[in-house]
Design a protein around this ligand. Structure first.
Ligand code: HEM
Length: 422
């Protein structure tokens, strides 16, 4: 049962809230764990903040991912979903559909986007990580969001999908437009989405005539009981892989580094461990960083298709439900010392990658990128330090994602490698 509040609810969706939403989430968890609120867009939605309720809601088939189930008024005003995706042919992606369509598409993509494909990709992620660090290592300072966390996932996904090297900077620029306009003017997002869509449709068309061993070719080839993805479905799939794997991974690297740089004891443990070439602590560290300050603050939209009760609260049909992963992952009813960063934490069933049938299909790739990024930075730039007070850092204000606008750091410049002249 919720406890009677002794202090008023901290305001939601202000800039202070964006910088540190955890006190407000603690209040909600305790006093109003299933809470109806008006979002900055004007849409009303339920926020679910306790771990047990969150897990239950993420797996509840009465909560649909299809925006057509949103109650009339807000749906007509078109204020939900991924910005710019209201282009019908991109709508049929995994995060917007329910079984049986979801089951079919997920099975097909799983045949191409396998953990093995990701594991084989490790040397390329390592080379990419090193190349990005090379570009600023001799300078002694950098903005790790713009120069490292931002380009890493977009180039990695482009490589994996099979986007030719000469086109990857275009994709990076369009993806950048999508992020910059996030939560702001939507026109920019719409234009960027259009360009990405046009590019992916052409690429898929070209690949179909000349299949390779990349993921897009894998998507085209994938079949299940004789069924294949249509060109539109393959384009929507490539788009959602780009979109879902981009800002999330930026924020894993950004939020994760910030947490480490603010906790010298934990950072030293991890640094010593990776310098000894161990991988055990690195693996649990990435999971803990996903729990402690994960990239996805709220799971994506869900809509009640029949009356249901969450945590004893009745949710009317058509109402949107937003599961607050960031709140659930700090629920003291599930996690021991939830506000403490403990990189060696073993009992850590965090919801950072979601739960149920929409569980993140890119989790193996995200883990690989997160582990390579942190290990390489801490090894190559061992005295990496924040070049700003943590309280001065600016956070992006979007609803779903939680991430920094910039992460200025300084470090002892790396000596240029000794080149042996032949
Ligand atoms: C640290 C990085 C990442 C985090 C924290 C993350 C988190 C999540 C979460 C929470 C969900 C479920 C959303 C919901 O149920 O509302 C999800 C789904 C998804 N993610 Fe990720 N993700 C990450 C990286 C990636 C990457 C690298 C890719 C692909 C390249 C990816 C592709 C997807 C897709 C396609 C879905 C939809 C799955 C479905 O609906 O069946 N994600 N992710």
């Amino acid at each position: 049962m919720p406890n009677q509040p002794t202090a008023p609810m901290p305001p939601l969706f202000t800039w202070e809230f964006a910088a540190d939403p955890y006190p407000a989430y603690a209040w909600l968890r305790e006093h109003a764990p299933v809470h109806r609120t008006t979002l900055p867009s004007g849409v009303d939605a339920w926020l679910v903040t306790r771990y047990a309720d969150a897990r239950q809601a993420l797996a509840d088939s009465r909560l649909s991912k299809n925006p057509a189930h949103h109650s009339e008024q807000a749906h007509r005003t078109g204020r939900v979903g991924i910005p710019g995706e209201r282009q019908a042919d991109l709508m049929t992606h995994l995060l917007n559909i329910d079984p049986p369509d979801h089951t079919r598409l997920r099975r097909l993509v799983s045949k191409a986007f396998t953990p093995r494909r990701v594991a084989e990709f490790e040397p390329r992620v390592q080379r990419l990580t090193d190349r990005l660090i090379d570009s600023f290592a001799a300078r002694g300072s950098a903005d790790l969001i713009h120069e490292f966390a931002f380009p890493l996932p977009i180039y990695a996904i482009c490589d994996l999908l099979g986007v030719p090297a000469e086109d990857q900077d275009d994709l990076r620029d369009w993806a950048g437009m999508m992020i910059r306009h996030h939560g702001g003017r939507r026109g920019g997002v719409g234009r960027a989405v259009k360009q990405i869509r046009k590019y992916l449709a052409e690429l898929i068309h070209r690949k179909r005539a000349d299949l390779g061993d990349d993921l897009i070719s894998g998507l085209i080839r994938a079949s299940d009981h004789g069924e294949h993805l249509t060109e539109n479905e393959a384009a929507a799939m490539a788009f959602i892989l780009l979109f879902a794997g981009f800002e999330t991974t930026i924020n894993l690297v950004g939020n994760g580094l910030l947490a480490l740089l603010c906790d010298p004891g934990q950072r030293a443990l991890l640094q010593e461990s990776v310098q000894r070439g161990e991988s055990g602590l690195l693996a649990t560290a990435v999971e803990e960083l996903l729990r402690y300050d994960g990239p996805v603050e709220l799971a994506t939209w869900r809509f009640a298709t029949s009356p249901l009760s969450i945590g004893g609260v009745e949710i009317p049909v058509g109402d949107p439900v937003l599961v607050v992963l960031a709140a659930a992952d700090r629920d003291p009813a599930r996690f021991d010392r939830p506000g403490t960063l403990d990189l060696a934490r073993r009992d850590n069933p965090h919801l950072g990658f979601g739960h149920g049938i929409h569980y993140c299909i890119g989790a193996p790739l995200a883990r690989l990128e997160g582990q390579r990024a942190l290990a390489t930075l801490l090894t190559r730039l061992p005295d990496l330090r924040l070049a700003a007070e943590p309280g001065e850092l600016r956070w992006r204000g979007g609803l779903i994602m939680r991430g920094l606008r910039e992460l200025p750091v300084s470090f002892t410049p790396e000596e240029p490698a000794n080149v042996i002249e032949s």
